[in-house]
Ligand binder design. Structure first.
Ligand SMILES: *Cc1c(COP(=O)(O)O)cnc(C)c1O
Length: 228
């Protein structure tokens, strides 16, 4: 096995162990490989290894790679980064799931970007688990209102919630808050039961707190190339 295949297999093993250790079935989990900063060629290699869910966090890089790889049948792109409203059309054109809907205006822009006959777009509501309003995500106190707003947009389907663990506290209690906030959304939209949480450093804690979608980058792809 080459290095990439070995790292992928090792992470999948650790995910499965983490799931079983808290009594969960590993098949409930979707492992998204975050390929940001890596070339489209790496996505091709991952695809050849069976990966079908990949994540990107910058619109330009995302659009470029997705454009290069349209022939990879069944590949699902997850957009996980901060999204500007004027990029909504480009994001919608290539994403299967947008994890980072954190304000009504962004949801409205994604809605307005739907062309007739487009499939419904799956979205997650990103929640800010820190006290810093500058971080991405809706404040917990505004989540219910955002959920109700997005639920009213016919071309978007709210599937659940997403968050990044804060740097300034351990991940487990933060992910427990996320789990509770997931219930707030499900009280508005019963079927919105996805929880996107867990990265290289904290996926075991996320799995313990009920995560359904893990976003794992460097542990699989290796260190990210330097940005110029
Ligand atoms: C980069 C990134 C990840 C993956 O991070 P790793 O630590 O490399 O696993 C997950 N989620 C988001 C939102 C990211 O930007």
């Amino acid at each position: 096995m080459d290095d990439l295949a070995a790292r992928l297999a090792a992470i999948d093993e650790r995910i499965a162990d983490a799931a079983r250790s808290v009594g969960r079935d590993p098949s409930e989990l979707t492992r998204i490989v975050v390929t940001k900063f890596h070339p489209a060629a790496l996505v091709r290699e991952l695809y050849a290894l069976g990966v079908r869910d990949v994540g990107e966090n910058r619109q330009q890089e995302f659009s470029r790679k997705a454009g290069e790889l349209t022939q990879l049948d069944g590949l699902r792109w997850h957009f996980i980064g901060q999204a500007q409203t004027n990029k909504a059309r480009a994001i919608r054109a290539a994403a299967s799931v947008v994890h980072s809907v954190d304000r009504a205006r962004l949801a409205d822009s994604l809605e307005a970007a739907a062309d007739e006959g487009d499939p419904v777009l799956d979205v997650l509501l990103q929640i800010n688990l820190t006290d810093d309003p500058g971080r991405g995500g809706v404040a917990p106190g505004e989540l219910e209102r955002l959920a109700a707003h997005v639920a009213g947009l016919p071309s978007l389907r709210v599937r659940g919630v997403m968050a990044v663990a804060p740097l300034e506290e351990p991940p487990a209690p933060a992910f427990e808050r996320l789990r509770a906030l997931s219930d707030v959304v499900r009280a508005v939209i019963a079927e919105a039961d996805w929880i996107s949480a867990g990265m290289t450093a904290d996926f075991a804690e996320a799995i313990a707190a009920g995560a359904t979608h893990l976003r794992i980058g460097s542990a699989i792809t290796g260190p990210r190339p330097e940005r110029g």
